[in-house]
Ligand binder design. Structure first.
Ligand code: NAP
Ligand code: MG
Length: 494
């Protein structure tokens, strides 16, 4: 049973949030929002056309000339701290909306809600610390006492943010927090499969005192509203999280006005388990590297490499662990595996079951389509995998692990296996040997590597991909760079 606040929120008419106001003036049609666990329609949202998107961009441009431009850094900090408090105050509503909209188990939704506040607080500390430099210039043939040279950091301007559906509230906050910290204005286009979170976040921002037009939320279809945002000539920067395929489309769309682009894209991350690993720790750790959130993680560690001497113990342990994960509605406290996001996604994942079978992988658990209501997919483990198999090469975005074995200690050869992919997002190494760990960390071509853990995330730690997994870093001080521009100033007086 959901709370009264959640029922009331769902029952509302959901339009667009433009210029600090909710508006039902949308012209891109409407969309049903469904609960992936029951397939029931839980809400309806209005969708933006390209013209509606243009209004949102204009509102953001106007906001950059309004009171927001005169906020002191301390005022930005205090506004962001109030915003974080409001998120905590609404934690139950946020948690329930995330479960219903995305299907995630309630425990993950709670972490997501807490993470949004934590992330905002981290960035709330930054406005008073963003600074340029005084530089020892001797331009124009001047001596240092005849000129003053410095850099100023300015907000990049209007940011278009396009987000995926896998962590409602979290994904949006990755864009909102650094944009507010740096004094930018934002137009956010959430994923059509999880459109509710951003609308609530916009409301809470307004309540916290974020001036009108600074955060606009415009739901809409990717090919319509997303495309209009990506190509809009008055958008200065696009921050995109989603698939590598759409990432390429964004880059092309941004070429018109050469807007700045940062991309957080897909992955197919490697996990190495060495013979000396602590298997009691590694079995659940490696299992969850794949199965957490039904495998719908960009950092999903589904490409597992294990030494032959421990392969049987590791894989049978993981299969037993996977079988023991309770599957069901995310609203049930006991659920560890909720539904995947949609029927389309379920079909895509089940297609991998067919290819794995045809290509000769051996299934230890799962691997069969489920029937009945809700988009459920059982955690699946394949062994005897080969590098050319589709389950090994392609990002599945489902709870499917592909295990390969090795029988030597040539780390360079292992790294070649790890890096035989167009992606480079995450990865992990499970061993008690310091030298093996450090060498593998160096050799793995990914933006993030864990030792005896997979994909540890903290607001202070830069996150992003090498190769075709992305451009730029979110999280930490690095993310601020994406939202700032540097002006070089030279002052002379003689
Ligand atoms: P997606 O299909 O690429 O969609 C992402 C966003 O782009 C959605 O808002 C989508 O709108 C929009 N979009 C689609 N076509 C567009 C177009 N032509 N122009 C502009 N925008 C467009 O990805 P997804 O299925 O939502 O999410 C899964 C993918 O995201 C996976 O590949 C995953 O690895 C990646 N991901 C990466 C990270 C990371 O940080 N590296 C984090 C999470 C997810 P619609 O929803 O309306 O289609
Ligand atoms: Mg989509």
């Amino acid at each position: 049973m959901t709370s009264k606040a959640t029922r009331e929120f769902l029952a509302r008419k959901h339009g667009l949030w433009i210029g600090g106001k909710h508006t039902l003036d949308y012209t891109g049609g409407e969309l049903d929002v469904t609960d992936p666990a029951t397939e029931a329609v839980i809400a309806r949202v209005g969708l933006a056309s390209a013209e509606d998107m243009d209004r949102a961009v204009q509102a953001a441009r106007a906001a950059l000339r309004g009171p927001w431009a005169r906020f002191t850094p301390d005022e930005r900090t205090r506004t962001m701290l109030r915003y974080a408090e409001l998120i905590e105050k609404n934690a139950e509503l946020i948690t329930e909306l995330a479960v219903l909209d995305n299907g995630m188990p309630i425990g993950i939704a709670e972490s997501c809600s807490m993470f949004s506040a934590l992330f905002l607080r981290y960035y709330a500390g930054w406005p008073t610390k963003i600074a340029g430099q005084t530089l020892p210039s001797s331009a124009l043939g001047k001596r240092p006492d005849e000129l003053f040279a410095y850099t100023a950091r300015e907000p990049v301007g209007v940011v278009g943010a396009i987000t995926p559906w896998n962590y409602p509230f979290g994904m949006e906050m990755l864009k909102i927090a650094p944009a507010l910290a740096t004094g930018c204005a934002l137009v956010l286009k959430p994923a059509e499969d999880a459109p509710l979170a951003a609308l609530l976040l916009a409301e809470l921002a307004a309540e916290a005192g974020v001036p009108q037009g600074v955060l606009n939320v415009v739901n809409g279809l990717g090919e319509v509203a997303g495309a209009a945002l990506a190509e809009h000539p008055q958008v200065d920067k696009i921050s995109f999280t989603g698939s590598t395929e759409v990432g390429r489309i964004i880059v092309r769309a941004a070429a018109g006005n050469l807007k700045k682009v940062s991309l957080e894209l897909g992955g197919k991350s490697p996990v190495f388990v060495f013979p000396d690993a602590d298997l009691q720790h590694a079995i659940p750790g490696v299992a969850l590297a794949t199965f957490l959130l039904q495998g719908q993680n960009c950092v999903c560690g589904s490409r597992v490499f294990v030494h032959e001497s421990i392969a049987e113990e590791l894989t049978s342990g993981i299969a037993a662990f996977a079988k023991g994960l309770p599957i069901g509605s995310g609203m049930e406290r006991s659920t560890m595996i909720g539904p995947v996001i949609s029927g389309v996604q379920k079909k895509l994942i089940e297609g991998f079951f067919v290819s794995a079978r045809e290509q000769g992988a051996r299934c230890l658990t799962g691997g069969e389509p489920t029937t009945g209501r809700g988009h459920f997919v059982a955690p699946t483990v394949y062994v005897d995998c080969k590098p050319e198999m589709r389950v090994v090469r392609e990002e599945i975005f489902g709870p499917v692990m592909a295990v390969q074995t090795f029988d030597h200690d040539n780390l360079d050869a292992l790294a070649e296996l790890a890096n035989d992919t167009p992606y480079g997002l995450s990865g992990s190494v499970w061993t008690r040997d310091i030298a093996t760990a450090h060498r593998m960390v160096r050799l793995i071509d990914s933006g993030q590597v864990g030792v005896n853990c997979h994909a540890a995330m903290d607001p202070s730690m830069p996150f992003g991909g090498f190769k075709q997994s992305g451009w730029g870093r979110e999280f930490g001080a690095d993310a601020l760079e994406l939202y700032l521009r540097t002006k070089a100033v030279t002052f002379t007086w003689t």
